[in-house]
Design a protein around this ligand. Structure first.
Ligand code: FAD
Length: 462
């Protein structure tokens, strides 16, 4: 899965008179905001389309949930965010922020100074970022992109309309489109033998907000990701019993969870039955009221007329060069933010820097054939290592090599060591102490280095 030896971007001097290209960015979450900044820094003309009424994407919390809480019905009233009310970040703010706009605490009583702040603080940070770099003026709020397609083989027609309306929409022509629509909205649910006849209620974590509706209920929660861990603890404050069904777990951790008298960990669900029982793979069973799927999301681009150039197959968006450019359409169509199990914001910054440099002609991509060969080699390496297709964009450790490769393409410095070390240290802490990792830590050395590094950027700010 390494990237050493792959074809590289050529760095060129900027042409004296750059004919400004017109670029559409879809979405004004963290990815769309930093993309807009990078495109404008390269002298390109930018329009950001945002269906919501404010910038921030996922970080705009709402108590509202979708009309179908399971997310199974294709036609339903949808909500973009998946945040729950009690959510605090699962990464320390120092490593989470953009590389050149540190996410430091503000001297303001209205702000959350904690290292793992609540979700509102992240939204405020993204709004600060948008205002600091004058991005808000590029964003068209309450404007949903309904269709993006190629015209005359070289330009893009973007059709947008007022969000929630049935109007036909407005057509506009762009030279390039950058897709930043997020990928935590379209639920993915577990397949469970017998679920068709099981009489209980199914919910996806996308539609989980608060524990109160689960008072005195018996809940089976599937999944042990960061959200699964948080939500199980949140619900245990109200529910009668919470049973987590996990695909992977550390030996000796099954059974009643320390510190709780109503929280259990089980292996995966084996089957569910008409009488309401849920059987686990070890033969244990419970009579449950609710199954809560904390089982992740699907990539979804309902507005994109892909014509087979790029498809979503078992959650692989492809073919894509470095998770960004479809080879046949590069650089005129690109995606920011597809990788997961990563530190998102700094990666979005590097991905969009690269895209912006290529669109302004300052950087040049390898030939289409070289790009295609690189993509094929990457897919073969996944196959050889037995990695399922749906994990194509799952990065984990490989994110740091990927970021440094992107940085080298853009001619900017590699990531600082402290970011990586802080990421590993907080992940380790999270597994060991899921209840307290946000308030007790041991990475003081990296914290110090991060703040020394931030001085360069924060000395000019209040
Ligand atoms: P989003 O934030 O989803 O933004 C996409 C935007 O596109 C939205 O504003 C949406 O309205 C808009 N859009 C979509 N379709 C259209 C359309 N057709 N027309 C116009 N606009 C459109 N990351 C961290 O760094 N730290 C954390 O602690 C953390 N915790 C998380 C917890 C949860 C529960 C979830 C779901 C995610 C978490 N993340 C965390 C990851 C988070 O998703 C990223 O940090 C980041 O916010 C993703 O930004 P994005 O811009 O890619 O997508």
């Amino acid at each position: 899965m390494g990237i050493a030896g792959t074809p590289s971007t050529t760095i060129r001097q900027l042409p004296m008179s750059l004919a400004s290209r017109h670029v559409a960015v879809i979405g004004a979450g963290a990815a769309g905001l930093v993309t807009a900044r990078e495109l404008r820094r390269e002298g390109l003309s930018v329009v950001v389309f945002e269906q919501g009424d404010q910038v921030g994407g996922t970080w705009v919390y709402t108590p509202t949930v979708e009309s179908d809480p399971s997310g199974l019905r294709p036609i339903r009233a949808t909500v973009h965010t998946s945040l729950y009310r009690s959510l605090r970040t699962n990464l320390p703010r120092e490593c989470m922020g953009f590389r050149d706009y540190p996410f430091v605490s503000r001297d303001d009583p209205d702000r959350d100074p904690r290292r793992f702040p609540g979700h509102r603080e992240v939204l405020m940070y993204l709004k600060d970022f948008a205002s600091e770099f004058g991005i808000a003026e590029l964003v068209r709020l309450k404007t949903e992109v309904v269709r993006v397609g190629l015209v005359d083989g070289s330009k893009w027609k973007v059709i947008s309309r007022k969000s929630g309306s049935d109007e036909a929409g407005v057509d506009e022509i762009f030279d390039a489109v950058v897709v930043c629509n997020g990928h935590f909205t379209e639920p993915r649910v577990a397949e469970i033998p017998g679920i068709g006849k099981w009489p209980g209620k199914q919910i996806h974590s996308h539609n989980y907000r608060v524990p109160e509706p689960f008072r005195d209920q018996i809940v089976v929660l599937i999944g042990s990701s960061a959200s699964g861990v948080d939500i199980s603890r949140d619900i245990a404050s109200a529910a009668k019993e919470v049973h987590i069904a996990a695909r992977t777990f550390v030996d000796g951790t099954l059974g009643k969870q320390a510190g709780y008298d109503n929280l259990w960990l089980h292996p995966m669900i084996e089957s569910v039955h008409e009488d309401g029982t849920v059987y686990f793979l070890d033969g244990n069973f419970v009579l449950a009221d609710v199954i809560l799927h904390c089982t992740g999301y699907k990539y979804d681009f309902p507005f994109l007329e892909m014509d087979g150039f790029v498809t979503v197959d078992d959650n692989r968006v492809g073919p894509l060069y470095k998770h960004i450019f479809p080879p046949v359409l590069a650089p005129w169509l690109s995606f920011v933010g597809l990788p997961w199990k990563v530190i998102p914001f700094p990666m979005f910054e590097l991905q969009s820097k690269w895209i912006a440099g290529v669109l302004s002609d300052r950087l040049m991509l390898p030939s289409q054939q070289e790009i295609m060969e690189d993509v094929e080699a990457f897919y073969s390496s996944l196959e050889v290592s037995g990695t399922p297709k749906r994990y194509t964009h799952k990065m984990g450790d490989y994110q740091f090599e990927y970021n440094n490769w992107l940085a080298s393409q853009c001619g900017c410095p590699a990531d600082k060591e402290w970011r990586k070390e802080m990421f590993y240290s907080s992940s380790k802490n999270r597994y060991a102490r899921p209840e307290s990792y946000r308030d007790e830590w041991e990475d003081h050395q990296w914290l110090l280095q991060a703040h020394e590094d931030f001085m360069e950027y924060t000395s000019n700010r209040v």
